[in-house]
Design a protein around this ligand. Structure first.
Ligand code: TRP
Length: 361
């Protein structure tokens, strides 16, 4: 069986280092591994509109930002198809048929949707489109017969929903769709990077994100003002590394080589953590180290972004070409789906013959 990747992001803002360690970096590695027959990366504008219906301009403006972030991380349009969700109408049509296979109560149990409803104060009036976006996400995945979906763990419920739809579809209409597997980051710290303020999630509205497109100075300032252990007041105090965002970021980003280069007094992160825990290690020193580690990772991304920013029409062209290819692929799946559901009347010669017999005999 072919190995196919599909994943994507909502274009509601520039991508940050949480997206990077949680998913983007992995996508580039998967792309470069050469193990996949096809890779589709989708800018999920239609999904972004499910909770931004009154602000289409925000979604529109951020499409190019996300595309630039993709390209600057090393996604290569010669290998990876990057496309815009709304430009592939087959996805909407699939959603319409899948809706018949999912119950309202099943949707209500989705923990990610539940917490999003709370976050957005939708309790009293949930838009139907938003409520059903897990079904539309199943269309995104199955339209490309994806086998592998590299995403963060908050997407687990969507993958479970997708698998259920696939099983249900195949059992009702015959083997047609492919059951996908989720691919989670293997480093625990990468599962969900906290905000620079220590809050559980990086979010634009909280202003606690480090963006891939931040300048060197912006990154430095954000790192130096990061939240740490609030009880670690003086250098000599023992500190706590658990739940301490500076150390979580180090868990996600630093490697032993970084110590040799920027902090040779320590061999590795375990030694640094031990010193911090014991007391006698100041936050500023750890933050300076983190800044060096982050800058090393982000500098090549910034440089590539600058190059792509010089030719924005070319970036839109990449998305246009990608969307055409994605549409052709999704159209083949939709044809399979309609054939399986027997709603392919005009190519169904048996049906036409049978009906004609009924009326002529
Ligand atoms: N839900 C994802 C997010 O919030 C975006 C997305 C839409 C997606 N369709 C997808 C991710 C299909 C993986 C597969 O970022």
């Amino acid at each position: 069986m072919k190995k196919i990747i599909l994943t994507g992001d909502r274009p509601t803002g520039r991508l940050h280092v949480g997206h990077y360690v949680g998913s983007l970096k992995r996508r580039v590695e998967l792309q470069n591994s050469g193990e996949y027959d096809d890779i589709f990366i989708m800018i999920a504008d239609a999904q972004a509109l499910t909770d931004n219906a009154d602000n289409p301009e925000k979604v529109r403006q951020n499409i190019i930002e996300v595309a630039l972030d993709y390209l600057s991380c090393g996604l290569d349009p010669a290998v990876t198809t990057m496309f815009i969700q709304s430009q592939v109408p087959q996805l909407t049509e699939l959603t319409c048929y899948y809706m018949n296979l999912v119950t309202v109560s099943r949707l209500q149990r989705n923990p990610t949707v539940k917490s999003e409803i709370q976050m957005r104060n939708f309790e009293a009036s949930i838009p139907v489109g938003f409520f059903t976006y897990p079904i539309s996400q199943a269309s995104d995945i199955t339209a490309f017969k994806a086998t592998t979906v590299p995403v963060g763990e908050d997407q687990l419920p969507m993958l479970e929903q997708t698998k259920e739809i696939v099983r249900k579809f195949n059992s009702v209409y015959g083997d047609t769709l492919v059951e996908p597997d989720i691919l989670l980051p293997d480093n625990k710290a990468c599962l969900r990077l906290p905000g620079t303020d220590g809050k559980a999630k990086m979010s634009k509205s909280l202003g606690n994100c480090i963006y891939l497109s931040d300048t060197k100075e912006e990154v430095r300032q954000k790192v130096m003002s990061m939240f740490t252990d609030p009880n670690h007041l003086r250098v000599e105090d023992p500190g706590n590394v658990d739940g301490n965002p500076v150390f979580i970021y180090l868990d996600a980003f630093c490697r032993d080589e970084h110590f040799e280069k920027y902090l040779p007094d320590y061999k590795n992160l375990d030694e640094l953590k031990a010193h911090y825990t014991r007391g006698g290690l100041g936050d500023v020193k750890v933050k300076k180290f983190l800044n060096n580690v982050l800058q090393e990772e982000l500098e090549p991304i910034r440089q590539r972004r600058k190059e792509f920013e010089k030719d924005i029409p070319a970036v839109y062209k990449i998305l246009e070409e990608g969307s055409k290819k994605a549409e052709a692929t999704a159209a083949r799946t939709l044809a399979d789906v309609k054939r399986a559901m027997k709603i392919n009347y005009f190519e169904d010669t048996e049906l036409i013959e049978m009906q004609s017999k009924k009326y002529t005999e």
